[in-house]
Write a protein that binds this ligand. Structure first.
Ligand SMILES: C[S@@+](CC[C@H](N)C(=O)[O-])C[C@H]1O[C@@H](n2cnc3c(N)ncnc32)[C@H](O)[C@@H]1O
Length: 427
């Protein structure tokens, strides 16, 4: 029989592809949102799916496991939501709090508590926790209302049973063609793992890739290697889908002005730095965009970046907004990471749920006028390397669901390598 795994905060089951690749059987999953759970169910028809809030389902999950299996699970994979923990999320949380819009601590950060309750009740041999790197800075209220750092909470609850440690990992170091920093905590109560850990060994696998080739690692997989040979697209009607190719190789349309900005943007640069395109001028020395910290330490983008050529006065192809009444144009507010092209010879920037918004950080294709296609995102998140279906009731699910599923997922290649390693340690 295959070793049992339990997946908590499973979303549509992308991380679980790494479990399946190693012969682990996800017998239970738990996810709040119905449409994500439906995709999970479709892809893992033999898994018992608990759809709803883990706080109210945790006892039922434990009861179900204990009534159906005699051995403890081999693995619990828990990937709680990270919105409240990323530095962006934390900044927004603080701002909202100052405006009196939200409670001081994001309740989502406390979702680790019911996950640990399940772990303590079922005592799996291995645990994999995955979250944003900034999780180390997060404070939560524990079950007694005491404020505690989330890592200290995990240590306090599991430290006497499990060995292991949280490690910040860039998934590019595991051959995923994307920079994505995550905090991965692999814990084990197996004797072999304890012995290894006590000798200073790591429970996560060795990196397979690095910036440059070395004796032991290959260079990071670049965008050119990963998606350089895919059919060209343009975010314009009639050109934004590839015919006769993967149906998810398609991009949203962009309006004329955005295409004008992006058409004139160099690889690795932002449209905010575009220079004069007046054929009679072509001045390349217009001041470029920047940002600096104000007196409160808040990073603010400059507001004096020119929108008109400082030599000939022609409109620059830089992001602008237009006054509806007067038609007057002014530079759009935005950071230098907005409307920015990625570089061909580097891994992609982190894919979030916003990866199809040109204005989001580093989201423009290195040389074509568009964002990444859904298919390219599947490649860059390593999902395309596995067998997975986005169809529901025989129809492709919505682009929004695919985008959310990709943006929130853990690259299956990383979970695959971690599982292969823990199986190696255990055997
Ligand atoms: C970071 S995503 C997990 C991604 C997943 N491991 C994958 O690779 O596809 C976190 C998931 O937790 C779910 N979630 C949020 N609050 C929850 C709750 N109270 N109970 C159960 N699941 C919850 C979210 O809907 C989201 O799909």
């Amino acid at each position: 029989m295959l070793p049992n795994a339990i997946s908590l905060f499973s979303s549509s089951g992308i991380g679980d592809l790494g479990l399946r690749a190693n012969g682990l059987n996800t017998v239970i999953c738990c996810e709040l949102l119905e449409e994500r759970m439906n995709l999970f169910r479709n892809n893992y028809p033999n898994t018992k799916c608990f759809q709803g809030d883990i706080w109210s389902l945790k006892d039922e999950i434990v009861k179900y496991y204990n009534s159906n299996f005699t051995e403890p699970p081999f693995l619990v994979l828990a990937t709680p939501p990270c919105q409240g923990m990323s530095s962006n999320g934390m900044g927004k949380m603080l701002n909202d709090y100052r405006k009196g819009l939200r409670p001081k601590m994001d309740e989502r950060n406390r979702l680790i508590i019911p996950a640990i309750d399940i772990i303590l009740a079922l005592r799996p041999e291995w645990v994999i926790l995955e979250n944003v790197a900034n999780m180390t800075n997060t404070l939560i209220y524990d079950e007694n209302g005491e404020l505690i750092n989330i890592i200290d909470y995990i240590r306090k609850k599991l430290g006497s049973i499990y060995c292991g440690e949280p490690i910040v990992v860039d998934v590019a170091d595991y051959g995923v063609p994307q920079h994505r920093k995550r905090l991965i905590t692999v814990l084990s109560q197996s004797k072999k793992a304890n012995k290894l850990f006590a000798k200073g060994g790591k429970l996560i696998p060795d990196y397979t890739h690095s910036e440059q080739d070395t004796l032991f690692t290959k260079h990071w997989v670049t965008l050119r290697e990963a998606i350089g040979n895919l059919p060209s697209l343009r975010a314009e009607k009639g050109k934004n889908k590839a015919t006769g190719y993967n149906e998810l190789h398609k991009v949203p349309l962009l309006d004329e002005k955005k295409l004008f900005w992006i058409d004139n943007t160099k690889e690795g640069d932002t449209a905010f730095n575009n220079q004069c395109v007046n054929p009679n001028c072509g001045y390349q020395g217009n001041r470029i965009h920047g940002a600096s910290h104000d007196r409160d330490g808040i990073n603010k983008s400059h507001t004096d970046t020119p929108l008109y050529c400082e030599k000939c006065g022609a409109l620059l192809p830089r992001p602008w907004v237009e006054d509806k009444k007067t038609g007057e144009k002014r530079l759009m507010k935005g950071f230098i990471s907005a409307y920015k092209r990625m570089k061909w010879d580097e891994p992609a920037s982190t894919l979030t749920q916003n990866f199809q918004y040109a204005c989001s950080d580093n989201k423009i294709h290195p040389s074509q006028s568009r964002v990444l296609s859904l298919y390219e995102a599947l490649v860059l998140q390593s999902i395309a390397d596995y067998d997975y279906s986005f169809s529901l009731n025989g129809k492709m699910c919505s682009d929004g669901l695919i985008r959310d599923t990709i943006g929130e997922s853990v690259p299956p290649r990383v979970i695959d390598l971690i599982c292969a390693n823990i199986i190696k340690i255990s055997s």
